[in-house]
Design a protein around this ligand. Sequence first.
Ligand SMILES: *Cc1c(COP(=O)(O)O)cnc(C)c1O
Length: 399
Amino acid sequence: MTAASGDETGGSAAGYMGEPGADGRFGEFGGMFVPETLVPACQELDRAFRSAWGDPAFRGELDRLLHSYAGRPSPITECENLSQELGLRLLLKREDLNHTGSHKINNVLGQALLAQRMGKTSLVAETGAGQHGVATATAAALFGMDCVVYMGTVDIARQELNVFRMRLLGAEVRAAESGSRTLKDAVNEAMRHWVAVADTTHYCLGSVMGPHPYPWMVREFQRIIGAEARRQCAEILDGSVPDVVVAAVGGGSNAAGIFAGFADTSARLVGVEPAGGAAVGRAVPGIVHGSRSYLMQDEWGQVLEAQSISAGLDYPGVGPEHSHLAVTGRAVYEQVTDAEVIEAFSLLSRTEGIIPALECAHALAWVSRSRAELAGLTVLLNLSGRGDKDVDQMMGILG
Ligand SMILES: *Cc1c(COP(=O)(O)O)cnc(C)c1O
């Protein structure tokens, strides 16, 4: 393993998951590949985030919101039944218990508070399945801001309930009609919107992707998951850390958040992608949505559609820091099939009384499949969200 060190490689003193280099890079990945008209907005955001993140008043206000509004800290649940069945020790970090049902609220509250500090009065966001759109609309309602959410017309038709939620929360949902009319097109539209109104509007991006400073900033807002888990594990495990920390990877924000708490330890870090959306698995670098990372593309460099049972993981790219963690070997990325995910979804429901979101069922599917290799080990799994949003779809499959 080549240990990253220094600013150029995106490492902190401890080696990983520190500040990116001056050019916004994690090793060879990341950067700020945006139209000239967006460069000032990205630079303004970089300056504002640096100043806020170093300001105890900002950090205190965010902590207060995460506690009193989002319900943090989220607990760790020791799965006694399932541990026995799998022959290992399984701990769940319960992000499913947060307000709005997933880890997304951590990032959105951070960005909304930052937008307010920057004097912005509006938020614009992209959404795929609608979870990030709902979280952004929630924060906009709380902060009294206007909110526009771009969503592909295909997704609007598939996710009626979340479209209604966003409208109920006071957001305007706008259809992205270009390309495949899904998440990647919604990101394009949201960026186009932002260029025109950046003086009044903050672009609230939903994962550790996009141009600098987003991959870094969103990871820092999600770091709370790993920081809490590190402390909680020390208590449960007599001062030590889990052998394995595992999370599902779409854009990679919940994984980055929990990995950040353990990057400087001996814990194995495992990200799990859907077989039909394995950006890291395919390991072909390219530039999309403002940064260089691995992405799914055809021989002409056209971005491919991701395909998975879980709409929240249907993103053809992955955050640049994950590409860096993969190249350096600090984290490994595995793939699971839809069939394995369906099995894991039922397994956790039946054995522990916890219905998981299909996204984090990917992480459990890998644990379940790897039980022989993981025998006797302590595994911390980031349960990124609750499965309420998925029961309709699963009823169709499981009957
Ligand atoms: C959106 C979502 C994900 C995928 O996004 P990441 O940025 O990869 O974390 C995972 N789990 C849940 C519950 C989600 O809503």
